[in-house]
Structure formats: structure tokens, C-alpha cells
Write a protein that binds this ligand. Structure first.
Ligand SMILES: [Zn+2]
Ligand SMILES: [Zn+2]
Length: 475
């Protein structure tokens, strides 16, 4: 190279350094092929590996941008996408599947979730996440963040069902007569996945995320007992997800206001006087009284309830004597009732008792009605707070797009998340697992129930984004 050419070359290099170099920090970080964490994390400027530290002459610009971009001070779609990228790293996806399969193979019923709880604690220990245990026997309350307000909670339920799995696959339940047929194995996995993401981004959190792993959703006591043991201490908002076979994989759905019905059960014993069926005038017949009670119960919803306010009363059990020639002493009958507001729910409860007791009297019998209130098998309605619903909607649209968010109708099913939503602003939402190719088309509580595991990273990212963005926007 002659001297003139060398001067031109040197001049070009200088121009590049002076003009272009300061623009470099404006360019979004590009994920590396090996999905190195610090490349994914826009906060790399604050928290890089030593060999990725920005050059000195970039740091002034980076420092100016950091509060706005790196720490997601103003939440943007890029922040949500960064969280999603973390969840979708191939090694994370494989880890989530392994976790879910281990839980699926070892289903445990309400308040017996010992191994599931241990598995969760081992993962939390590995991630150096602090937690309180035991709560409600097998439950866990973990926390990530500053340790200071605001406190936002995300909840997963851990229990399985007394159902024999009929799906033949490699990771079928190893416990006869028990199965994760409601997807709580996926709920636990998605919350552990969120824990991992939030731990990676802990330095960005503007408050504290509380992770609640609760026992016994199906049996109804879990949430109530977790609350009794302090699960909601300091918590100002709470969120939870349920997988749904009604929506395609990763579609998210929810609605403001009442989402799931309040659910109660009743069992009545109607007592008469035993006697020979051939001489009915010497006995007091509880079968007739119970039959009249069943007919009258049908009138509560059809004649007393506002038709615009959906309610259900169903008698599902009716047991009298077993001697075909004798009028029995007692008849036991029972069933369930549902409503979408606390007022109508407790009106139903009161009228069921009145109707059974009074109908028994008409036929000279007596009756007692048990609503199992002491065992907390009454679930209040699950009502979504409008602002919390809106938060979920915004997060979902950023993560999965407008087309994959649905406003869903209220459903007559019930959830003990309602105990949380009674106490703090809350939102419950669904995430789809329907995939016809895989055969994940069966309703929860079916022995053929299965999930599309592609939902796991999306669910983990949704939880993490809901929590981080909540703290960001509510400090
Ligand atoms: Zn269930
Ligand atoms: Zn469930």
C-alpha cells in the first residue's frame, strides 16, 4: 500500500469510528446461535459477561439509554418478546417438558403432593430462589425481586385426580387410579418456568413476585388453607392460568367480571318412620317426602331466579332403603348448586335448605341439610377484576398477538382460585392446549385428557411477563 492510499484508508476508519460508533448501542442485541443468555437480555449493558462489556466509548450512550430500554422502564413489546425468547430457548423448552413429564408420571391427590412439592423446592434451590415451606401441608410460597412493594402473586395448583389414565404414551401415570387429568402438572411446570425467567431478570424487577404453589384445588381446601397460612401476605394482585382444550395451543382467553361459577354441594337426610310397605299408615314415608323435595328444588331456578343471572341446582344422589318390602327410616339426597354472584349463590344455599326442610314437614318427616361449609367445599364465584383482566389482555396480545386472544364466555365450572379473588384484585385466564393432530382434544377430568406440551414455554413467558410488567407499571 502506498502512502496516499494508506492516508485514505486511515481517514475512512476515523470517520467510521467518529460517526458510526456511537450509534451501535441503538441497535437491538441480536440473539446468538447458542442462545447465550446475556445476548438475549437487553440488560446486557448493565449485566454482561466480562468479554461482552460495551466498549468505553459506547458506555455514555448506553448509560443514557439504559433506564429507558434495558430495564424496560417504559414497557414495550420488545420487553415481552425478550421474555418470550428466554422461555423459547431450546434447552429451556426441553427442561420444561422433562419437568412436566416427571410430575405427570407421579400424580398425587389433594394434600398428598409430597413428591411434587419436593421437586418444586429442588428446582427453586437450584435457582437460589427463597421460599417458605410448608404451607397448607405441601404448599410453597417463593419470592423473587427486591423484597419490597409492590407484591404481585402468580399461583399454580399441584394436585391430581382419582382417575385411571387411558392415554397410552411413554410418560403415562405410574400410579394406578391417579392421573393429572386437569393439567395441574402443566400449571406447576409453567410457574417453575416463570421462576427461571424472573430470576434471570431479577435485577430488572421493580418490586417482588410471589410464586404460590398450592395443594388441593380439586378437593377445595387448598387455596383457603394457603390463605390461612399467609400466602397472600402483602400481595396486592394475583393471577393464575388454567389449560383449556377448547382453545388452540397457546391461544389465551379470559373475560372481565364473573368467569367461573360459585360451586356448593349439599347432602340432606330426610327422616321418617320405618314400617312395612303393605301397611303404609303405620309408617312415615321419607321416600315420598324426598321425592317431593327433589321436584320442588327444580322450582328454585325456574321460578325464583332472574333468567339473566345463570344458576343451577342439580340433585345427583338419592338413596333410601334396600328392602323392597319396607318403607325406610331415612332417605339421603344430595347434589350441587352454581351461581355467578355471591348474593345469588348464598340465596340458592338458603332456599335449598328451606325447600328440603319444609317439604319434609309437609309429609310429617324431618330433615337436616349439610353444605360442608366447615370443609370449605363451597367455592365462591371467580370474578376477574377489570383492571387485572385488562393487564392480562395487554400481556397476551403482546406475546401471542391479537388473533390469539379471545374474550371467553362465563362457564359453570368452578375454581378455588376464587378464594384468592375474593380478597385481592385478581385475574384468571385460560391458555389453549388443543391440537387435533396430537389428540389433545379431551376435556379436563377425562381419562383421555392430554396436553400439547408446546404450551409450556408460552405459559411460562405469560406468567413472567404478567408479573414483571405489573411491577413495572404499579410501583
Ligand atoms: Zn379439575
Ligand atoms: Zn384444574
Amino acid at each position: 500500500m502506498d502512502f496516499n492510499k494508506f492516508l485514505v484508508f486511515w481517514y475512512s476508519i476515523s470517520i467510521y469510528v467518529m460517526i458510526l460508533n456511537p450509534l451501535i448501542p441503538f441497535v437491538e442485541p441480536i440473539p446468538s446461535r447458542d442462545h447465550d443468555r446475556s445476548f438475549f437480555d437487553p440488560s446486557c449493558i448493565l449485566n454482561c459477561k466480562s468479554d461482552q462489556k460495551p466498549q468505553k466509548n459506547q458506555s455514555r450512550v448506553a448509560a443514557t439509554l439504559a433506564p429507558l430500554r434495558s430495564s424496560c422502564e417504559v414497557w414495550s413489546k420488545t420487553c415481552s418478546k425478550t421474555v418470550l425468547s428466554l422461555a423459547k430457548q431450546p434447552e429451556t423448552v426441553e427442561w420444561l417438558k422433562r419437568l412436566r413429564r416427571r410430575i405427570h408420571e407421579n400424580p398425587e391427590l389433594a394434600f398428598e403432593e409430597f413428591q411434587t412439592s419436593q421437586l418444586i423446592r429442588e428446582e427453586l434451590d437450584r435457582m437460589e430462589i427463597s421460599y417458605r415451606f410448608p404451607m397448607a401441608k405441601t404448599g410453597i410460597r417463593a419470592w423473587i425481586g427486591t423484597g419490597r412493594p409492590p407484591f404481585v402473586a402468580i399461583r399454580a395448583d399441584m394436585d391430581a385426580l382419582p382417575i385411571q389414565e387411558a392415554v397410552e404414551w411413554e410418560h403415562k401415570s405410574k400410579v394406578a387410579g391417579k392421573m393429572h387429568a386437569c393439567g395441574h402438572d402443566a400449571h406447576v411446570t409453567m410457574l417453575i418456568g416463570a421462576a427461571k425467567i424472573l430470576k434471570i431478570r431479577e435485577h430488572l424487577l421493580k418490586g417482588t413476585v410471589i410464586l404460590i404453589f398450592q395443594p388441593a384445588e380439586e378437593a377445595g381446601n387448598g387455596a383457603k388453607r394457603m390463605i390461612g397460612d399467609g400466602a397472600l401476605e402483602d400481595v396486592e394482585a394475583i393471577f393464575a392460568v388454567h389449560v383449556s382444550h377448547e382453545h388452540p395451543t397457546a391461544t389465551i382467553g379470559s373475560r372481565p367480571g364473573p368467569l367461573l361459577a360459585g360451586c356448593g354441594f349439599f347432602r340432606a337426610v330426610i327422616s321418617g318412620k320405618k314400617g312395612g310397605a303393605w301397611n303404609p299408615h303405620h309408617s312415615v314415608d321419607p321416600v315420598l317426602a324426598a321425592s317431593a323435595a327433589v321436584i320442588s328444588l327444580q322450582g328454585i331456578v325456574s321460578r325464583e331466579a332472574n333468567p339473566m343471572d345463570s344458576q343451577v341446582v342439580s340433585v345427583t344422589s338419592f338413596n333410601g332403603g334396600n328392602n323392597l318390602d319396607m318403607i325406610p327410616d331415612t332417605v339421603a339426597l344430595g347434589g350441587t348448586f352454581r351461581a355467578f354472584s355471591n348474593i345469588t349463590f348464598y340465596q340458592l344455599l338458603q332456599r335449598i335448605e328451606e325447600v328440603i326442610v319444609e317439604q319434609a314437614k309437609v309429609y310429617r318427616c324431618s330433615a337436616t341439610v349439610d353444605f360442608f361449609e366447615r370443609e370449605y367445599t363451597i367455592y365462591p364465584p371467580t370474578v376477574n377484576n377489570e383492571k387485572m383482566y385488562e393487564h392480562v389482555r395487554k400481556v397476551a396480545i403482546d406475546l401471542v398477538g391479537d388473533n390469539n386472544f379471545r374474550v371467553v364466555p362465563p362457564m359453570m365450572g368452578a375454581e378455588d382460585f376464587s378464594f384468592f379473588s375474593e380478597l385481592v384484585p385478581a385475574a384468571f385466564f385460560y391458555i389453549g392446549i388443543r391440537n387435533e393432530t396430537l389428540g389433545s382434544i379431551h376435556t379436563g377430568h377425562s381419562p383421555y385428557f392430554m396436553i400439547d406440551e408446546d404450551v409450556l414455554p408460552i405459559g411460562a413467558a405469560t406468567h413472567a411477563t404478567i408479573a414483571e410488567r405489573y411491577l413495572n407499571e404499579h410501583r
